[in-house]
Design a protein around this ligand. Sequence first.
Ligand code: ZN
Ligand code: ZN
Length: 350
Amino acid sequence: MKAAVYEGKEMLTVQERDIPTIQSGELLLKIHSCCVCGTDLRTYRNGDKKIAPGRILGHEFYGEIVESAITEDQPGDLKVGDRVVMYIVIPCGKCRYCLAGMPNLCINRTTISYQHDGAFAEYMRVPAACVDRGHVYKIDPEIETSRLCVAEPLGCVINAHGRLNVGLKDKVAIIGAGPIGVMHGLVSRFSGAQEVYMLDTSANRLKITETFGFDNYIQVDKDGNHFEKINELTDGFGPSVVIVACSSPYAQADALEMAGKAARVEFFGGLPKSNPFATLNTNHLHYKELLVTGSYSEKKSDFEASLALVTNPAFPADKIVTHRLPLDRITDAFGLMETGESLKVRIDVA
Ligand SMILES: [Zn+2]
Ligand SMILES: [Zn+2]
């Protein structure tokens, strides 16, 4: 089979691999499509010590069961021919965080495309633990593929919103008009936010998100005109929620700067592991009583909420995918993402 294999920084090659063999309790999926994640881009550009060379990346996928070694004691009624998506975290189920309902923070967790081969390949093996825990979801084949491929990242966005509690009293500013920023904007709107503002340094990126009809689009510039604009829009009070949806220490500093008093601030994306430091004016936390939080990955319940949203026709999940490429051209996706030409790029494997 054809697979896109990570071999180190700036090295992702499409090569011939054996079709995985499955053991008792496992499934084999034929992959239909898989979206390229911001973390795939970060791994490609900067490398990632957690991912061993030789690993097949790709975790935002949709596929079909083509072989099953499921045993009688495993839950669900999965069978060959079913189309499925997956919650890709494999938690231990036993550690303090798992027992407290936070499997995303499991100290023993493994994840598809990190410790197990992912879906930038024609076939993918589903570990037995995923079936055991009900992480494989059968999907109505009528549902549009692009909707399904954004379920995984949207689940991560929903996990972040669990702590932000956006509601009818909120004006939300989002820094980073990429696919994740758009998802934060949409979830904010579905949660009842009064207004959603999209900010980015790139006019291209702002332009491409206009189709979602957010309330204002603000270009971030060196002179700080974006702060004035945000102030105007919020009657001088500043947004009550600020979400950083990009990997930039400057955006993190800007978020604290523009946040209103008692605002909730979310640093969604990680910074490159090679330089994860930001210079922040922490007096804003003190004088404005800010609540600053991060979020990592998603819980099973977030993924399930995401599936409900992406399959809701009122939620424009399909518009988040702006480009489609064949597996051979996977590295072209990174350029499209970096220039802001694309939102999500979907790799069509089959
Ligand atoms: Zn992802
Ligand atoms: Zn655990």
